[in-house]
Design a protein around this ligand. Structure first.
Ligand SMILES: *Cc1c(COP(=O)(O)O)cnc(C)c1O
Length: 379
């Protein structure tokens, strides 16, 4: 998982606190009451390492995992206990159904066509095959539409050979508790369940957990909140931060007043100052929309990002520090501590989901803070 260079040569080090992720999962499980708490590990656990996060959560007792793609499930499955389930949110691409069976992973069936493909395989293998069924309750993205459900309810053979392990839907506006779409989707979900064979149900993502008991059903499916993303827009978050990004200074230079910094000469120094060039750029997922915005921290001292974000570097106004205080090889903090994840993302007109899943492959990733089983934490 790690990049080949060691920490001495790393341009930036991403420290991922597995203990904090486990603590967040336990907090969410507590909020979910009698419902079970799954973990969503798609996009490599939102960029933080599914191969490390999955086993750490399994050791804490998590038994249901969701990813987006079949390939993600195939990579994850051998790292998890036998009695854990791995479900693939996208469901099977046409023709890929046998691979789900071969690897012991569950598809989420999102359409009549996906159901038909799965039922055909069950018929061919002459055995019952389990699946999750998703219904669309108002997002128009994935899931069976109400008219498809009515058609299926009228067809006694529709589910032949298919055991429904879970019925699920997904909320579009859960991070806004007052949004009327939440109650509307919940009502449609209840109606949809009546058209399906009886099965456990799941509606809530991270934010949905905080909408209250009515939204918990039998299983909740947090992703973001596990990774420290605030679940409710504008409200204080009860979750622990899990991530720290420390990036190293390549060079510090003195500049006179009126010096242009970076591509496009989009920033000029108003006074003599020092510019620190740091080894992180948009190729590392540091969004270019954060040009001339945001702050890195050297201890308690904020260093404003000035000039455009380049492919491999950003430039900071380090004028607040004494000469020689910041030197090549030293690190500034870009995420973590005073640089809260959600605020950093907002500085680039983005959201923490996008920031996390775009975190670059060039970072040295260091997983700390949890032991699973007898083996030490792999990095
Ligand atoms: C991504 C996803 C989740 C997790 O959502 P968060 O907002 O990250 O908690 C849950 N369910 C589905 C269907 C998803 O696509």
């Amino acid at each position: 998982m790690n990049t080949p260079h060691d920490e001495a040569s790393a341009g930036a080090i991403l420290t991922i606190d597995l203990g904090a992720i486990v603590a967040n999962w336990r907090l969410l499980q507590g909020r979910a009451g009698r419902a079970a708490c799954a973990a969503v590990l798609k996009a490599d656990a939102y960029g933080l390492g599914a191969a490390q996060v999955g086993p750490a959560l399994a050791a804490a007792g998590c038994r249901q995992f969701f990813v987006a793609h079949l390939d993600e499930a195939i990579a994850l499955r051998p790292l998890l206990p036998h009695d854990a389930s791995v479900s693939v949110l996208h469901g099977p691409m046409p023709g890929s159904e046998p691979a789900f069976v071969a690897h012991g992973v569950r598809p989420v069936l999102n359409s009549r066509a996906q159901l038909d493909g799965w039922r055909a395989l069950a018929h061919r293998l002459d055995r019952e095959l389990e699946a999750v069924v998703q219904v669309d309750t108002g997002m128009a993205r994935l899931g069976l539409a109400p008219e498809e459900l009515r058609g299926l309810a009228a067809d006694p053979q529709a589910w032949a050979g298919v055991r429904i392990g879970l019925v699920m839907s997904h909320l579009a506006c859960a991070d806004e508790p007052a949004h009327p779409a939440n109650a509307a989707q919940r009502r449609r979900f209840q109606l949809a369940r009546r058209l399906l064979p009886a099965a456990p149900a799941s509606l809530a993502n991270s934010s949905g957990i905080f909408l209250g008991e009515d939204f918990h059903f039998d299983l909740v499916r947090p992703g973001a909140a596990l990774y420290g993303i605030a679940p409710v827009t504008g409200a204080p978050s009860p979750l622990q931060p899990v991530l720290r990004l420390d990036a190293r200074v390549i060079q510090v230079r003195h500049v006179e007043a009126g010096t242009a910094v970076g591509y496009g000469a989009s920033w000029h120094s108003e006074r003599p100052t020092r510019i620190a060039t740091v080894a992180v750029g948009y190729a590392d997922g540091w969004l270019r929309s954060g040009s001339n915005r945001g702050t890195a921290w050297f201890g308690d001292v904020p260093l404003p990002l000035v000039g455009r974000v380049s492919m491999d570097t950003i430039t900071l106004d380090a004028g607040a520090l004494a000469e020689g205080e910041l030197q090549p090889g030293m690190a500034v903090t870009l995420i973590g501590g005073r640089a809260g994840l959600d605020a950093v993302a907002a500085d680039a007109d983005s959201i923490a989901y996008e920031l996390l899943t775009g975190l670059g492959r060039r970072y040295t990733r260091r997983h700390v803070g949890a032991c699973h089983g007898a083996s030490p934490v792999a990095t």
